[in-house]
Design a protein around this ligand. Structure first.
Ligand SMILES: [Fe+2]
Ligand SMILES: [Fe+2]
Length: 316
């Protein structure tokens, strides 16, 4: 069934504090916007699985490998929920997951840069899962799409576990000098990638329907502030250096270094010495995708494509 209602009718329902329960309550613009935000969420959850699996291979022992695998299993569950919601909105999710070109996936660029050690995995839990938790808590609190809101109760609890996993490990390793240095090196490249995670600054953002229709409650910049308000004090408390501080005058968290900046994705290093770049240039890097994009998507699609070939279907 196609969405038929006018935007005005959808907004009237929302103003009456009634949730949108399915396509029958949506206008075409609401439907398209909801598909867009759900695809980003689903892709992010799904690609985190191969990204974390790549790092889990460096787990120090079988117990820690087990906790990494438990997190990956949660992420697959989160992805399943979001793709299932997309299917209910009429999206061909088989095509979306198993046939889509890697370059067309919509997850944050950070996941294209490999996590090559246990240290990088736990910083990812403390940074990336914190970003996921903040974004999804906002959707949970504010979204006008009922099925998504209800599904996020479970997702929120599990994201808290991922975040705590990262924090506990960082807390445990931070006092040991050699470990401290390795973690600091991970923070050095991962911090700004997570600041970027929240997308374009509000004044450059194109899709305003996310807030107009109440898909979520807070803007990119508000969510980025929220992330820094817990990530920065946490890192400071453990003695790590991060390029951000709280500005009393504006009551905002401010990035201290050159930002946005160019990133050497193979060296995993910010080219701060080259000076500030525009968000257009950042968008170009995001669109081009990073080093592990094709490999991670291939990992996700391989089994399904193999099965299709066995069944004699044509596979690109
Ligand atoms: Fe997740
Ligand atoms: Fe997570």
């Amino acid at each position: 069934m196609d969405a038929q209602l006018t935007n005005a009718a959808v907004l009237e329902r929302i103003h009456e504090q009634r949730l949108i329960e399915g396509v029958e309550h949506m206008s075409p613009a609401y439907l398209e916007g909801m598909k867009r935000i759900l695809t980003v969420s689903a892709d992010t959850e799904l690609v985190s699985a191969p990204a974390y699996l790549h790092a889990a291979r460096s787990a120090p022992n079988i117990n820690t490998f087990g906790s990494a695998i438990a997190i990956i299993q949660d992420e697959l569950g989160h992805a399943h929920i979001a793709y299932r919601l997309l299917r209910d909105l009429g999206v061909d999710t088989e095509e979306l997951i198993y046939r889509r070109e890697p370059l067309k996936w919509k997850y944050p660029y950070a996941f294209d840069v490999p996590l090559d050690s246990w240290y990088e995995l736990i910083v990812a839990n403390a940074f990336y899962d914190r970003a996921g938790y903040i974004l999804l808590s906002d959707v949970y609190n504010s979204t006008t799409f009922g099925p998504w809101k209800r599904a996020l109760i479970k997702v929120d609890k599990e994201e808290t576990f991922h975040l705590r996993h990262g924090e506990q490990w960082m807390r445990k390793l931070a006092p040991v000098t050699a470990e401290h240095e390795t973690l600091q090196n991970a923070i050095n490249w991962m911090f700004l990638l997570t600041v970027e995670w929240f997308g374009l600054p509000d004044d450059l953002k194109k899709h305003t329907e996310q807030l107009d229709f109440g898909f979520k409650g807070k803007s990119n910049d508000q969510l980025r502030q929220q992330w820094m308000s817990t990530a920065v004090p946490f890192c400071r408390e453990l003695g790590f250096t991060v390029p951000a501080h709280y500005d009393d005058a504006t009551k905002l968290w401010v990035v201290d270094c050159t930002f946005p900046a160019a990133f050497d994705e193979h060296e995993k290093r910010w080219l701060l010495e080259e000076g500030q770049i525009s968000w257009d240039e950042v968008m170009k890097r995001w669109k081009k995708r990073g080093p592990k994009n094709a490999e991670f998507v291939e990992t996700l699609q391989r089994g399904n494509k193999g099965l299709a070939r066995l069944l004699g279907e044509e596979v690109a």
